[in-house]
Design a protein around this ligand. Structure first.
Ligand code: C2E
Ligand code: MG
Ligand code: MG
Length: 670
């Protein structure tokens, strides 16, 4: 890849050099041409000046005002002869003739009247009109190249031309000087231009080199995982596809997926930094324990991928992986806690187990999935074992498609006021109406969305749909507010608060009608951003809840600063009520803590009337659970709970023993 980049760079440099050579060459030609024409101009100027001097210093005084139309007296002729002899003798003038305005040759240095300018010559006419005409001629008499000047003769004080002086001046000396000057100057120009070209070439070489480096850096970044420095899923795919192509030509190999067991717990209990450190160590250990022509990639989250060309046979590869897995399990100390890294390996062989990258990935994934549930950590794909496509890459693509095709649906679970049995709020819980797998629960696809950027469009979709449904049930006369669950990843940036504000505005809903639930774990290891986002959302008037309270690690000081109005006790504490003494103590404490902080307290997962009674007695405000209803489409919630006017639970309002409802539709999916 880098070699391809450097070839492109060399080509770019060659093109750049040639392209910059062309203007340099054109500039050189223009400068030389300009200088040559300047040389000729200089020759003409010199001729003009010389002729003017001859006319003024020699001819005019010798004429001393004689009328040229009358011819010349012999005295004037003699004066002219003696005035011009020296110049002719010295060779500074090649030939000289004095003509009347009618074209008659009045005087000629050699006495000849032949070869004089004719009256029809435009140069003669210009001189007769008082303008000097200078040109370089090649066929001058007595000389190869000469400057021919036709100069008006002004012999009287009125300034009028009375005749025309035709002078031929030798051009050879001037030409030689001009040539020498031109050669010198052209040499300088060429050298300067070569210097300029060299500088341009140097700049272009330097620029292409840094562009090449930048491109290589970008390519590296695009293809590698920044945390571990290992190839990312894109490069893994490339490596696997190349290996597969080689496999088809007779060089088989193995594709392996590795998933760390209990990584989430490490992240949740020891923090993200420890989690990152663990991933780095795993990457390093895998690279160290494999061969140089094996590919080790991080595919995202706690998932790694290997492409192994078959050095020995299949058995050797499996033996190698068992050894790698054992090396991975060597103790590591994170945040002072000694840990052993357990991992599940799913192996499939190419090309026999699949003809495409996707097929291999799915097969390795299903083998890994079996590994997670079995006792052996390295499982080889067996086509005879039924499998499910669970791989995050496959799921991600499918989920993206599901969002586009609008396959997600919202179910709602009512939140019941324990004192009155009244439903004040319903919680939106997302499901995926999968065309083949039926109604899928969030646990089957949310982790995939949460590990990728898909969680953002998914949360926006849920918010929009929940607010649209809220508008529909409000129009039908139900005054329930709506609660939406928010992922940890949503709280990573303040733009989320703006997104929610925009969606509320778009839906025309008031912020007080929306509750957002944030899991306690999302806040536990927060370094500040999640707290800020919660604060920004609460500032808009949205009620914020801490979901699944009790299983995370929020500190009391965090609780004090967080801007939340509801605490939802996790169902693991509720399920033990009322019999379990410890759960009773914990739930009572949470209720007191919540109330002391000015929050409403809701218990999750209430499945029996005993629990509901105990909670009411303990001072809990609200509850949710199968006792009242499983999550249902809102129209079913509306049908089961209360009339449009009062929205009061029919059974609870009268007897305190509400009617369980909705079990059939969801239980089938669990
Ligand atoms: P959650 O917000 O704590 O929701 C309560 C979960 O407990 C729901 O599971 C609900 O069906 C289940 N549940 C309610 N009452 C009972 C009960 O009496 N007994 C038992 N055993 N379970 C009960 P569900 O719908 O599978 O959702 C699981 C989790 O997925 C939710 O926990 C929430 O954290 C997450 N989730 C659901 N929808 C969304 C969503 O749209 N966005 C995000 N970010 N998370 C969501
Ligand atoms: Mg919730
Ligand atoms: Mg919960």
């Amino acid at each position: 890849m880098i070699r391809r980049g450097s070839r492109t760079g060399t080509r770019l440099f060659a093109v750049y050099s040639l392209a910059s050579l062309a203007p340099v060459f054109v500039l050189g030609v223009v400068l030389v041409r300009g200088y040559q024409s300047q040389g000729l101009e200089r020759g003409r100027d010199q001729g003009r000046a010389q002729a003017a001097v001859i006319e003024e210093m020699a001819i005019a005084p010798a004429l001393s005002g004689a009328d040229l139309s009358m011819g010349l007296s012999s005295a004037v002729r003699e004066r002219l002869q003696s005035a011009t002899d020296l110049a002719i003798f010295k060779g500074s003038v090649s030939q000289l003739k004095l003509l009347s305005l009618t074209g008659t040759v009045l005087f000629s240095d050699d006495g000849s009247v032949l070869g004089a300018a004719s009256v029809t010559d435009p140069a003669f006419q210009a001189a007769a009109a008082g303008r000097t005409d200078v040109r370089i001629v090649q066929d001058a008499p007595n000389s190869a190249d000469a400057i021919r000047v036709l100069q008006p003769v002004v012999a009287a004080a009125d300034g009028q031309a009375t005749g025309v002086l035709e002078v031929y001046l030798p051009y050879d000396a001037i030409a030689a000087k001009v040539q020498a000057d031109t050669t010198r100057t052209v040499t300088r120009i060429v050298l300067a231009l070569l210097g300029l070209y060299a500088v341009l070439a140097l700049i272009s070489w330097w620029t292409t080199r840094s562009l090449r480096r930048q491109a290589a850096d970008h390519e590296h970044q695009a293809l590698h995982d920044p945390l571990t420095g290992l190839p990312n899923r894109k490069l893994f795919r490339r490596a696997a596809e190349t290996a597969l192509a080689r496999g088809r030509r007779g060089a088989p190999g193995a594709l392996v997926l590795i998933d760390l067991d209990h990584f989430k717990e490490v992240n949740d209990t020891l923090g993200h930094q420890a989690g990152d450190e663990l991933l780095r160590i795993v990457g390093q250990r895998l690279t160290e324990s494999l061969r140089t022509d094996d590919t080790v990639a991080r595919l995202g989250g706690d998932e790694f991928g290997l492409v192994l060309p078959l050095g020995g046979g299949r058995d050797e590869t499996v033996a190698l992986l068992i050894r790698v897995r054992a090396e991975l399990a060597a103790e590591v100390v994170l945040g002072g806690v000694p840990l052993s890294v357990e991992a599940s390996f799913g192996v499939c062989f190419y090309p026999s187990d699949g003809d495409t990258f996707e097929a291999l990935l799915q097969h390795a994934d299903s083998a890994m999935y079996q590994g997670k549930h079995g006792s052996t950590g390295v499982v080889v794909y067996d086509p005879a074992t039924p499998h499910q496509a669970t791989h995050s890459l496959v799921m991600q693509g499918a989920l993206r498609g599901a969002l586009e095709r609008d396959e997600l649906v919202l179910y709602y679970q009512p939140k019941v006021e324990l004192e009155t049995g009244r439903v004040g709020c319903v919680e939106a819980l997302v499901r995926w109406q999968h065309p083949e797998r039926g109604l899928m629960l969030p646990s089957e696809f949310l982790p995939v969305a949460e590990r990728s950027e898909l969680i953002e469009p998914l949360t926006s979709w849920v918010l929009r749909r929940a607010l649209a449904d809220h508008a529909a049930w409000t129009a039908a006369g139900h005054d329930w507010t709506v609660a939406v669950n928010v992922s940890t990843r949503n709280l990573g940036s303040l733009t989320f608060a703006d997104t929610v504000e925009a969606i509320l505005r778009e839906a025309g809903a008031r912020p007080e009608r929306l509750h957002l639930e944030v899991t306690e774990t999302a806040l536990a290891f927060d370094t500040g951003m999640a707290g800020q986002v919660v604060g920004a959302l609460a500032a808009q008037g949205i009620a914020m809840s801490i979901d699944d309270f009790g299983i995370g690690y929020t500190s009391l000081s965090q609780m004090r600063t967080l801007n939340v109005s509801e605490v939802k006790i996790d169902r693991t504490f509720v399920s033990g009520l009322p019999g379990n003494e410890q759960d009773r103590v914990i739930v009572r404490s949470v209720i007191n803590l919540g109330h002391s902080l000015g929050c409403q307290v809701t218990a999750e997962g209430v499945e029996s009337q005993d629990v509901a009674d105990w909670l009411l007695d303990a001072g809990c405000d609200h509850a949710q659970g199968y006792l009242w209803s499983m999550p249902l489409p809102w129209a079913e919630v509306a049908r089961s709970f209360g009339s449009a006017s009062g929205a009061v639970l029919p059974a609870a309002a009268t007897t305190g023993a509400p009617t369980p409802t909705g079990f059939e539709s969801e239980r089938a999916t669990r």
